[in-house]
Design a protein around this ligand. Structure first.
Ligand SMILES: *[C@@H]1O[C@H](CO)[C@@H](O)[C@H](O)[C@H]1NC(C)=O
Ligand SMILES: *[C@@H]1O[C@H](CO)[C@@H](O)[C@H](O)[C@H]1NC(C)=O
Ligand SMILES: *[C@@H]1O[C@H](CO)[C@@H](O)[C@H](O)[C@H]1NC(C)=O
Length: 299
């Protein structure tokens, strides 16, 4: 059982939380300003990730970890793209623009920096994919699509050229909801300016898997406060545009054997359709890299 230390901070910083009676309120208005600030929240995080990581790891640090020396220069380019996305969104939002928070990223060498970079770019791609439906202005939609494509190129380049795995997970990327993305982002946010606009998002309790592998049993760690012990729980695995389900029994799940690439997993009370109304914990990001023959690369 665990929840993230930042959860209470997040609950304090954002107006919506998991208290049931609040769910009866009218759904918050998600207008283009809200979506742009949601995007800016993520771009600030990515910008801080590259600025901090590249200040820490020089070319020698990349080579020490077995990463190609030229990879650092490409990461500098990726970081500049994220900075440019921040500037564009700030310009579009003017005085309504949300400000950067303080962050804590769990990397300790260039290799774990590169691994986390792949996760962040993948989440960024899924965030823009999932949020597209809320954008009303065609001009904003075109700009968002252009950023989405760039985030996907970053994820592909890092996954293949740097981390030597596949550059994609399949024919489709996973669209993630605002709350699902915020749950993942909140894991890296330690504190935010109190003057930041309140976004209509909440973080679900965090979820962790022990040694996840397709076809294998894994033990889950999460804070299930709010669900009765008699409620049947399931794990939903988001893969492309589909969800696969497996029952959660005594805190353990057998991971479906056919999963490949990046998969997002949540604990849910619904065994056929996981969404924000029934998620208990997560998402967790699972990575099952595969060879060009379609076989899993053993970790
Ligand atoms: C679980 O989450 C609840 C609600 O957010 C919180 O009050 C509680 O302290 C958490 N429990 C643990 C063990 O973290
Ligand atoms: C970020 O951390 C610094 C140093 O601990 C602190 O002074 C500042 O107030 C924090 N900023 C926010 C927005 O929480
Ligand atoms: C699960 O979700 C589906 C689709 O929203 C719904 O029709 C079904 O009743 C739900 N099942 C449970 C047990 O809540």
């Amino acid at each position: 059982m665990r929840t993230s230390a930042f959860f209470s901070l997040v609950a304090a910083a954002f107006s919506v939380n998991a208290v049931p009676q609040l769910e009866k309120r009218a759904a918050p208005v998600i207008d283009d300003t809200t979506i742009l600030n949601y995007a800016l929240t993520l771009e600030h995080l990515e910008n801080a990730f590259y600025t901090g990581g590249l200040a820490k790891f020089d070319e020698a640090a990349f080579v020490e970890c077995g990463l190609p020396v030229w990879a650092r220069g490409r990461f500098v380019e990726v970081g500049e793209h994220e900075k440019t996305h921040v500037q564009l969104l700030q310009t579009a939002l003017g005085s309504a623009a949300t400000k950067p928070c303080n962050y804590s990223f769990p990397y300790n060498d260039a290799k774990s920096f590169a691994a986390l970079s792949q996760v962040l770019e993948g989440v960024g791609t899924s965030a823009y994919t999932g949020a597209a439906q809320f954008i009303t202005s065609k001009a904003v939609l075109t700009t968002a699509a252009s950023i989405l494509a760039t985030e996907a190129r970053h994820a592909s380049w890092i996954g293949s050229a740097v981390n030597k795995g596949p550059g994609w997970s399949g024919a489709f990327d996973v669209p993630l909801s605002l709350n699902e993305v915020f749950t993942l982002a909140a894991a890296f946010i330690t504190s935010c300016p109190s003057t930041n606009p309140q976004l209509p998002v909440k973080a679900f309790p965090s979820l962790a898997f022990s040694s996840p592998a397709p076809g294998k049993q894994s033990t889950l760690t999460f804070n299930a406060t709010g669900t009765s012990s008699s409620t049947p729980l399931f794990v939903s695995f988001f893969t492309g545009l589909s969800q696969e389900f497996a029952p959660l029994k005594n805190g353990k799940v057998t991971i479906p054997g056919d999963l490949l690439g990046t998969v997002y997993a949540v604990v849910t009370t619904n065994g056929t359709m996981a969404d924000d109304s029934n998620i208990v914990a997560g998402p967790a990001v699972l990575s099952f890299p595969f060879n060009s023959d379609g076989n899993l690369i053993s970790q």
